[in-house]
Design a protein around this ligand. Structure first.
Ligand SMILES: *Cc1c(COP(=O)(O)O)cnc(C)c1O
Length: 372
């Protein structure tokens, strides 16, 4: 029997049928006019979604490649960098050149308050490099308004495209730092990306297929609208947390910093998370992620970013309830599902009862329509 998978990992995320179809188009000349038009349109669309007028450079590399580029193009050997939890106490006496900050921590399901942290960094005069690989496109992010110098994201997270492409923004302070930076770089030399972009090209052969796919997913996202996308993620994340709590599973992140993209939770007492994850996969076709590093076996991470719907979350809870039963942790059938549905109904009702919000919450072109 054909059994579709419910892919609930934090990237690669579900890719809609029309995006997959776009990636199956015949190849084009990456030095020709079609690609030039594609690159220009993609760059403009990404500037809109990332709320920036800074340069947006599209790299053929995963998010890690763009993070390496962020560092290699702005820092020099011997430069110090700060992790965000040291900021307040260091008060600028640290001699650090830059602050590295993760916007959405995919490993723990925590959304960091980038806006507040950015304000502190701005005062200190340091560069702010933000890893928003899994935060951009599903949570509030104002690159220019908040003063983010370099920001990185990747195609296979909230953007719902196949992996292979990452995006990096470079503001004026970042370009100034680039002039002085002496770290080795060749493939990731962002100056050459900027120079090529002026001719609507990339320095080396790009992953043309993924660029085309990304353009289609950005088109679907533009139909829904960024505000509606952010709201949908917030509502689905909240519904997920309430569903988990309804079956007495402990959430890992503080509610105030709960991620709209991924929720991490502890398995029931005396259950290894890896076992729960295996049963979800083998018996119930539901693919979630585990804890990383020292959290292996202790965390389960269920993702709700990208082209995700309430139906996906309900399907996840039906699989989770069955898995808990398999693990001799019986739950009343439907209890997590109904908590998730109730929470979602409450969140969306509050929203539609506010007259001003109603126009903005017009039903979006449903990506699910093209689905299975
Ligand atoms: C996925 C992810 C990365 C790594 O990106 P790759 O595309 O796998 O190289 C880095 N940071 C965060 C926050 C991520 O979610």
């Amino acid at each position: 029997m054909y059994r579709p998978q419910n892919l609930r990992i934090p990237g690669p995320t579900f890719v809609p049928q029309s995006v997959l179809a776009a990636s199956a188009r015949p190849l084009i000349n990456h030095r020709g006019p079609e690609f030039a038009a594609l690159l220009a349109a993609l760059t403009r669309a990404l500037q809109d979604f990332l709320r920036t007028e800074h340069d947006v450079l599209i790299l053929t590399a995963s998010g890690s490649g763009a993070m390496e580029a962020a560092i290699a193009n702005t820092l020099s050997s011997g430069d110090k960098v700060l992790a965000c939890d040291e900021l307040a106490k260091e008060k600028g006496k640290d001699g650090a050149k830059a602050v590295l900050l993760t916007h959405n921590e995919t490993s723990t399901g925590v959304l960091n308050p980038v806006k507040d942290i950015a304000a502190v960094v701005r005062e200190s005069g340091k560069l702010l490099l933000v890893d928003s690989v899994s935060g951009a496109g599903c949570s509030e992010l104002e690159i220019d308004e908040w003063g983010i110098d370099v920001c990185v994201t990747a195609s296979q997270k909230a953007w719902g495209a196949p992996p292979g492409v990452s995006m990096i923004t470079m503001g004026p302070r970042a370009w100034k730092a680039y002039e002085k930076s002496n770290l080795p770089k060749a493939y990731f030399d962002l100056g050459s990306y900027k120079a090529s972009l002026e001719k609507a090209q990339t320095p080396a052969t790009p992953a043309v297929t993924v660029f085309i796919a990304l353009q289609e997913s950005l088109r679907l996202m533009a139909e829904e609208g960024l505000e509606a996308i952010i709201r949908r993620h917030r509502h689905l994340a909240r519904a997920t947390r309430r569903g988990l709590q309804a079956v007495n599973l402990q959430l890992f992140a503080d509610e105030r910093y709960a991620s709209p993209a991924v929720t991490a939770f502890r398995p029931p007492a005396r259950v290894d998370a890896r076992n729960l994850i295996r049963i979800l996969r083998d018996e119930h076709d539901t693919i979630v992620a585990g804890g990383q590093g020292k959290m292996e076996g202790q965390l389960v991470r269920v993702a709700h970013l990208g082209f995700v719907t309430l139906q996906d979350i309900v399907a996840f809870f039906s699989a989770l309830e069955l898995t808990l039963r398999d693990l001799n942790q019986p739950v009343e059938p439907g209890i997590a599902i109904s908590a998730a549905l109730r929470t979602y109904a409450e969140s969306t009702q509050q929203q539609s009862s506010r007259p001003a919000a109603r126009a903005a919450s017009r039903p979006a072109a449903d990506p699910v329509a093209t689905r299975r």
